[in-house]
Ligand binder design. Sequence first.
Ligand code: DC
Length: 236
Amino acid sequence: MTSRIIIAIDGYSSTGKSTFAKAIASVLGYVYIDTGAMYRAVALLALRGGCVSGDNAVDETALRRLLVGGGPVDISFRTSGPGGRSETWLDGENVEKEIRTMEISRIVSHVAALPFVRGYVDRRLREIGSGKGVVMDGRDIGTAVFPDAEIKIFMTARPEVRARRRYEEMSARGHSVSYEEILGNLSERDYIDTHRETAPLRMAGDAVLLDNSDMSIEDQIQWFKDLLKQRHLCGY
Ligand code: DC
């Protein structure tokens, strides 16, 4: 085995980034890092700390104090259980379930647009990724966090396909939410994620586009293996 690399996967919300990223991490024996989970944990911190008002406006001063004011908050990933699922921890508490609610989805893009939040998360991600051998998914991994990542993939899918997938995922988890509400939330997040000033979502010049609207996960894994072959990276 040659030296291990960083694989950056960016793209719109609910394009199946995490399913794809987990699958290729397991093909390569790499660690998978869900960077959106880190922003979701900060959003939970903001919500619990009373930093979010009714119209989803974030009190920046109060959140800054909570996140970095009194010695930085600890957000980390730990693997537990027989399947080795990675879960998100916030200051010693497993918050994996709490960060996946619609309430968090509504505020997370607002929180993620704040430069000091991005600075905090970027530092943590670089610490985690510096050992290489990681697959990270997010919105700015190939453009801002690891601009030198050896492989960059940008994922997209038709909006109605994305909303249907997210609807099925949330219904399976027992959340009662309508398809229309999810579609609305996705387009609002797309807008905020692509228009924010700091590290907006965009495709890196050296990224490869993957539109998986009509692809199964097996198709996507095959697509990835072909990409490795083309790049002469099969030994990784
Ligand atoms: O992938 P997700 O839906 O869990 O991400 C939650 C939010 O976090 C998303 O709306 C945008 C933000 N995010 C980001 O700005 N940068 C990242 N690298 C990952 C997520």
